[in-house]
Design a protein around this ligand. Structure first.
Ligand SMILES: Cc1cc2nc3c(=O)[nH]c(=O)nc-3n(C[C@H](O)[C@H](O)[C@H](O)COP(=O)(O)OP(=O)(O)OC[C@H]3O[C@@H](n4cnc5c(N)ncnc54)[C@H](O)[C@@H]3O)c2cc1C
Length: 497
């Protein structure tokens, strides 16, 4: 591992048996896994370069069990890592050697479908796609659609503020979550938001959305569902250069058109996806846009013509409009399978996630190309182009000495470039451990201190998911007087990774 995790506490490791027994008293039966061979399946998430066996795994089924687990761990100062389906690409659900892994996958029921209020109340372990499946018979769907939607949990989506190809028009998780039930590290149940549109007081729901399992454990989620559009059609548009495709994206938005989805892939990603899924992508282009328009049929036809006109003015060489829903879905199948498709052409890949102002796309693409040459590693690009959210996939071979380190350095430079052009370190995959050490590229010490103060207000002992997101572990009591003198942090004995 090249990214360091907090050193495990030997006193906690020595109590492994006692801790597992305490968990068994709370969750009887098969709800506790403590045998190394059985825990192996939990040792990593989708950031598979990092593996770490947990102290033990607990799979509660009820909210009182979650409360009791957290309360016991709080009293006994044992760290807890919440986990949904383990598809985090930033190592957010990577276990800790001296921590209990609290897995929410048995919280897998839809609790209420309330179409009068256009919402669904679900337990956190329900998959993202499971929500759409529950309401599609009535013509409704849940809009945020991460490519992992078949597997990732709605609780994980809330924790990561996940996005997807349809978030350009319909918003990220934060824009579609109406309420959550949260259990704090001290075992208190808190309800934030609900079916109503706005909550009283501070926007704590906004704070919890995207908090990466650091503030509490989500045990119930209320989401808005939307009526499926009357029509949706997609067009595949090919360009001789990525710069032209980028300019076309900007021109579509500048015309006032907000497509249901607007995605871009570069040549390596197009070929990998086409070889894998046979979506009908053109192979003789450098960049491909998939643009989907949805709404009443007459509006969709009109906007498609507009988009084709803009594309041709920006140098498009091919354009193919879907003629059936099956064909539209096949266009998306290639994009949604782009990550596994790239996994077929390289032993390993790192999926980065940065966001930039759309107009900076050509500059960042050129910079990435130069970095790719400098590091001697290939990169395949998949973007939520409309949102300016980049997903460069860095191809490497972990079995070659030093190649993981080189890939990570390359990735860090890409993210620095994103920040340099006015963007941010993450679009939708979270900070986790992957971008933790880059936080200071974007935030000053004061910014970080204020963020950690918020964390301390929820979890004063820093027991929930420690070692993630923040590059330094603080004792909360010390924050009031932290003073950095000539770049030297006080309290040097505190773990810094
Ligand atoms: C092939 C692939 C494609 C992907 N595509 C996308 C994409 O298009 N868009 C996107 O946004 N993401 C994408 N992801 C990333 C990932 O699927 C999302 O981040 C997802 O929201 C994680 O959900 P999960 O249930 O797997 O969470 P986990 O990986 O289990 O956990 C993620 C984080 O959430 C916390 N957490 C989980 N459940 C809870 C809970 N109930 N309460 C509190 N904290 C919790 C964990 O501690 C951790 O910090 C992709 C991943 C893969 C592998």
């Amino acid at each position: 591992m090249t990214i360091a995790m907090p050193k495990p506490d030997p006193a906690i490791l020595a109590r492994r048996h006692e801790i597992a027994e305490a968990m068994r008293r709370i969750v009887p039966g098969e709800g506790v896994v403590a045998e190394p061979v059985e825990m192996r399946v939990f040792e990593t998430d989708a950031l598979t370069a990092y593996r770490q066996m947990p102290l033990c795994v607990v799979l509660p089924e009820t909210v009182p069990q979650v409360q009791a687990i957290l309360r016991w761990c709080h009293e006994n100062r044992v760290p807890v890592v919440p986990r949904g389906s383990g598809t985090s690409l930033s190592g957010g659900s990577l276990p800790l050697e001296d921590g209990v892994l609290l897995v929410l996958s048995r919280f897998n029921r839809i609790l209420e479908i309330d179409l009068d209020n256009r919402c669904v109340v679900a337990q956190p372990g329900v998959t993202n796609l499971g929500i759409t499946r529950a309401v599609e018979h009535a013509g409704f769907y849940y809009a945020p659609d991460p490519s992992s939607q078949i597997a990732c949990s709605i609780g994980g989506n809330v924790a990561e503020n996940s996005g997807g190809v349809h978030c350009l028009k319909y918003g990220l998780t934060a824009n579609n979550v109406l309420g959550v039930e949260l259990v704090t590290m001290e075992g208190e149940v808190v309800r934030l938001g609900g079916k109503h549109l706005d909550a009283e007081g501070y926007d704590l729901l906004g704070l919890v959305t995207g908090s990466e399992g650091l503030l509490g454990v989500v045990t119930e989620v209320t989401v808005r569902v939307l009526q499926a559009p009357e029509t949706a059609r997609a067009v595949l548009i090919g360009f001789p250069t990525s710069e032209q495709a980028g300019a076309c994206v900007a021109a579509i938005i500048a015309r006032g058109i907000i497509p249901g989805g607007m995605e871009m892939m570069d040549r390596p990603a197009i070929h990998a996806a086409e070889d894998f899924v046979h979506a009908g992508y053109p192979r003789d282009v450098e960049a491909l846009l998939i643009v989907e328009l949805d709404g009443p049929a007459v509006e969709v036809d009109h906007l498609l013509a507009e988009v084709e006109g803009i594309a041709s003015a920006n140098g498009a060489t091919t354009a193919r409009v879907s003629q059936s829903d099956a064909e539209r879905l096949s266009f998306w199948a290639g994009r949604k399978a782009a990550f596994p498709a790239v996994g077929r052409i390289s032993p390993d890949y790192l999926c980065m996630d940065g966001t930039i102002p759309r107009r900076e796309l050509p500059r960042v693409l050129a910079g990435m190309k130069a970095l790719s040459e400098r590091y001697g590693l290939a990169v395949a690009n998949v973007f939520h182009a409309g949102d300016g959210n980049l997903h460069p996939l860095i191809l490497y071979d972990a079995s070659k000495d030093g190649e993981l380190q080189r890939a990570e350095d390359f990735g860090a430079d890409i993210l620095r470039l994103c920040v340099e052009v006015g963007g941010v370190l993450t679009g939708e995959h979270g900070v986790g451990i992957e971008k933790r050490d880059l936080m200071s590229e974007m935030f000053g010490e004061d910014d970080l201190r204020h963020q950690i103060r918020v964390k301390c207000a929820f979890d004063d002992r820093h027991l929930l998911n420690p070692g993630k997101v923040f590059p330094v572990l603080h004792r909360c009591a010390e924050l009031g007087r932290l003073h950095v003198h000539k770049g030297k942090l006080p309290f040097p004995e505190l773990p810094r990774f």
